[in-house]
Design a protein around this ligand. Structure first.
Ligand code: SF4
Length: 99
């Protein structure tokens, strides 16, 4: 199980971790993937987490999950909260232009 799911496992009757989580590179990692990337002092920890994500087989699944569910905190799919926000904004702009 990846690091994303232990908190949520307290309510297994309403939440089933997605199948891709079984293959997460962060599974069993002691790194902090919920590190606050907005703080400069946390940059080394953020880069460490992102390095794990770069080698993750389910990176895209993880990112799409975070985008779909509006995950506000931490590193998901190799992107910080701010990076995901930028991605969402650009996608919305693209959709507006296409409409
Ligand atoms: S992309 Fe990163 S945070 Fe997401 S499952 Fe993989 S290692 Fe974990």
């Amino acid at each position: 199980m990846s690091r994303h799911w232990p908190r949520i496992r307290a309510v297994p009757q309403v939440f089933e971790p997605p199948a891709w989580a079984q293959r997460a590179a962060c599974h069993g990692s002691s790194l902090d993937f919920y590190v606050d990337a907005s703080k400069v002092r946390n940059r080394p920890a953020v880069e460490e987490a992102k390095e794990v994500c770069r080698g993750c087989a389910v990176r895209e699944d993880c990112l799409q999950y975070a985008l779909r569910n509006g995950e506000k905190f931490g590193i998901w799919g190799g992107l910080s909260e701010r990076e995901r926000s930028t991605l969402r904004r650009r996608a919305a702009q693209k959709r507006q232009k296409a409409a």
